[in-house]
Structures are given as structure tokens and as C-alpha cells.
Design a protein around this ligand. Sequence first.
Ligand SMILES: O=C(O)CCC(=O)C(=O)O
Length: 276
Amino acid sequence: MGSTVPRLEQPYDARELDAVVSERGVVVLAGAYPPDLCATFLAQVESYLQAHPEETEYAARSVLGGFQGDTTTTLHALVGAIDCAPDLVLQRDIIDSARRVLAPLSDTILLTIAEYMARHPGAPRQELHRDTFSWRHVPGGRHPIALTVMAAMSEFTADNGATWVVPDSHGGPADEPAPDWSAAVQVELDRGDALLFRADTFHAGGANTTADTTRHIFSMGFQVAWLRQVENGTLSVPPAGAAGLDPELLELLGYSHELVLGLYKGGHPRHALAGS
Ligand SMILES: O=C(O)CCC(=O)C(=O)O
């Protein structure tokens, strides 16, 4: 049997939160999002997908779509598409913790991805993996280079495929093989709870063995600002649509720079925005 995943209740203690993420690699933040925000998010995603069926097609044909398989629906680049996505991305406790925990390796942080996933009945259990795979040439170490969030927009149960994680599996060499499944714990969540983990913590989506219950996920990540993002934030939300967004969101999308990385015409990328 694996060990348990620490669980924090609101209001979270910032020091405890950072310590648990850094030391155990994973934590559950109970009630990170109000249930009515989750319901609004699902309604907005549903109507967006109805109006833009091509988006599901792009996602299914994408590199990530191959990994997800056809029992999962995904929608990428939520900021700019889904009205309430900024409220989900800018979850204060999570962003503040990400800034502190990633600070040893970077002055600024970026949004790696902001994605919706629906895991339908029949979705198989994934292989245990790390979300640092694309950055596998960066050696593992004490300090994380990225964090991942899996937030429950509907209940995560053992039957509908709640996420599996391996506590304490972070920090090892980048080419380390996945641990044995006996070390993994399945994390059941209520709607609005968030699972926050170092991106180098081994984890996997579970099998959805229900006949009729889709598991709805809001997933995002934060990373040190000198790494390439999974989603290209400034193409997903190009300058014409970005003006007027929350300044912190702009920073996270990539309208920002880390020393001389990310400059636009030698200056701050915000100068690409209309009216700046
Ligand atoms: O389905 C989940 O809970 C985890 C998903 C995941 O890790 C992935 O798609 O890479």
C-alpha cells in the first residue's frame, strides 16, 4: 500500500502548504474552488464546445490527444476562450505557493497549460508518468521546475478514475523508471478540491469503470520562466485579445520576461499590446 496524500483545509497555512509540496511532492487543497464556479466552468466549456466542435478535433489530433486517447475530450488554451478561466487560473493560494516554491530557480513564473479534460466511461488507467517529460534534459533535483494542478470540476471517485499519485516520488533523475503501482495512492476529491503536485511527481489518471459518469478536470501548471511552455500562451491569446486581461494573467501567459528571456524588440513584451 502507498502512503497517504496530505490534505489541507481552508484557510490554508502558506508555510505548511509550501512545505508539504516541497517535501512530499503532493497535497490536496480541499475546497480550493467554490462549487458554483466549477458549475459555471462546465457550462461555459459545454457551450464553447458546442459552438466550436473543431476545437475538440484539433485537441484529438494533437500530440497530447494521442496520449489521451479517444475516451477523453480535451480543450486547450482556456484563457481567452472560457470567460471564467481567469478565475480558475488565478487561484490565489496556488499561484502564491507556486511563486514561492519555484523561486529558488526562477524570478518569474509562467502558466504551462490551462486545459479541460473529460474522462468518459471506459477511459483506461494511464501509465504512471511525470509532467516534466518534455523537459527531461533538465536534471532532477531538490527544487521543482514546475507544478501541476488537477482540480475536480466534478467528483473524483475510485470508480470514475480519480487520479493516482506516488507521494515522495519527486526529485530523482529525469530518466528514472516509474515506481511500482503498489506505491501509488488514488486520490478521491469532492467538486472544487484541487490536487497540487510537483510536476516531477509520478501520477496517472485512473480507469473510469462507470457506465455513465464522466470525470471533469480543470488542469493547469506553473513553471520556471526559462522553460518553454506546453501551450504557447502568446499565440493562444494574441496581443489583440490580450489587452485588458488581468496583468498577472498576461505575465503568466508570457507577456513578461525573465531577465533577457522573452523580450519584444528588446523591451517588455507588454509593448506588443494595443494601447501600451
Ligand atoms: O486524469 C487524471 O486525473 C490525470 C491526467 C494526467 O495526468 C494526464 O493527462 O497527463
